[in-house]
Design a protein around this ligand. Sequence first.
Ligand SMILES: *Cc1c(COP(=O)(O)O)cnc(C)c1O
Length: 216
Amino acid sequence: MLKQILKELAPTQTTLVAVSKTKPVSRIQQMYEEGQRIFGENRVQELVEKEAVLPKDIEWHQIGHLQTNKVKYIAPFVSLIHAVDSLKLLKEINKQAAKNERIIDCLLQFHIAEESSKFGFDEAEMKEVLNSSDFKNLANIRIVGVMGMATFTSDEEQVALEFRYLKDIFDRLKNSFFSSQDSFKEVSMGMSGDYQLAIAEGSTMVRIGSLLFGSR
Ligand SMILES: *Cc1c(COP(=O)(O)O)cnc(C)c1O
């Protein structure tokens, strides 16, 4: 399955994050041996335990909601945090990154779905954060793009519209705040059920779990 998906992604230059949550390290090791290097987890404890025993050249992405008090556990090694949804969290990531003498890459999560349960900023809140002096003083984080999750529905048109909306937000932020920053380039959207729609709408990074590893 990995080979098939990579083949499908290749012409679009989309990055694959293999979402390995709940799956044993043996399965991750297996996929590592097939060449995959980027893995995503959503629970901090699980991520820390897996990182400790798996090869050191894996790039670990924290993809799910992250609690402020857990940042310290992943700060030494995490390569990208996808779901940053508050200034408070950004400040904590900055603090822990500084302690580890690192700069940690982050994606800003936007609320694009209909469900009220999904986390994320709206555009107005985000602009306020980006314009604040608090934000401008954060020297140990680097914002490299945006992330979002579409509504869980079989209505493909709705999902496509939500992804398009996230891509539009990305374009506006790029123009207004990050035009001189080449590293601001990622649009993390698309999972097993909707990654093709996401790619059609401009995704640069898909987070695929069950399609690769089987259902959880
Ligand atoms: C679990 C998860 C995924 C992967 O979901 P699948 O449907 O298994 O591909 C992607 N993104 C986030 C944030 C997740 O928590």
